[in-house]
Design a protein around this ligand. Structure first.
Ligand code: AMP
Length: 249
């Protein structure tokens, strides 16, 4: 089975996000960037399939500026075979990423595409669903378990208050949730080996996709500062404050 995995370069999850002073977005200059955490889980799942022999080729795709190569190299160091970089300085939104992935799927004919359930920078949670719709393939989103057999993939999904299991006919799209697995750290020898693995570079134009945005960001604001809480001595005082100060009861 051939597996494609989508990896996005995002501001590292440990970085305290700062909004640009003109409110047009968040500061990304001189900020540590890393692979989207849900994509690390997607890569790990692909690498486990590769190790188990379920997959015989694993390809990582990233889209964005040239530095996305570093994100692909991380995936290669984790065990991915080769990379594809779709290089562009355009702001990419989920529909464009889904169209680009569809075009790559047309060239590579994978049996499975694994994405993260959500990118932690835009929090869209749209790309996997849009890709499945554009391809006309089945989708198993928020996967916490994946099993293969008889040309089918069985996906356990995390839903409100429980788990749902769906069976999809391959080819299919799966998006990885937090509990699917625990991604490995790349070892130094594998980081060295990854330097020799191939990365193909192309542009949205090469893939016949118009990357012009359809969405316009009007304003980005810092969340409001939370006021400090107060300690109350008794339940009666709490009820009094809720009734007369907060006026919520
Ligand atoms: P989103 O719909 O933006 O929350 O992203 C969901 C998933 O789509 C991510 O976890 C990635 O797997 C994939 N994705 C989104 N944008 C990109 C990108 N620029 N390059 C590669 N993969 C992406």
């Amino acid at each position: 089975m051939k597996v494609l995995v989508a990896v996005k370069r995002v501001v590292d999850f440990n970085v305290k996000i700062r909004v640009k002073s003109d409110g047009t977005g968040v500061e990304t200059g001189n900020v540590k960037m890393s692979m989207n955490p849900f994509d690390e889980i997607a890569v790990e799942e692909g690498v486990r399939m590769r190790e188990a022999g379920t997959a015989n080729e694993l390809i990582a795709v990233s889209m964005g500026p040239r530095q996305c190569q570093e994100t692909i190299r991380t995936a290669l160091a984790m065990g991915v075979d080769r990379g594809i970089l779709v290089e562009t300085d355009a702001e990419l939104e989920p529909l464009t990423v889904a169209k680009l992935l569809k075009a790559i799927t047309g060239k590579e004919s994978p049996d499975l595409v694994i994405l993260g359930k959500q990118a932690i920078d835009d929090d869209c949670n749209q790309t996997g669903q849009m890709l499945a719709a554009l391809l006309g393939w089945g989708q198993g989103t928020f996967a916490s378990g994946i099993e293969f057999g008889d040309g089918k993939v069985t996906v356990t999904r995390e839903i409100d208050g429980g788990l749902e299991t769906v069976a999809l006919t391959l080819p299919a799209v799966v998006t990885a949730d937090l509990r699917l697995n625990e991604p490995r750290y790349a070892s130094l020898p594998n980081i060295m080996k990854a330097k020799k693995k191939p990365i193909d570079t192309m542009t949205p134009e090469d893939l016949g996709v118009d990357a012009a945005p359809r969405l316009k960001t009007l304003k980005v604001e810092e969340p409001q500062d939370r006021e400090a809480g107060t300690m109350v001595e008794t339940v009666a005082e709490l009820v009094d404050k809720l009734r007369n100060e907060a006026k919520v009861i």
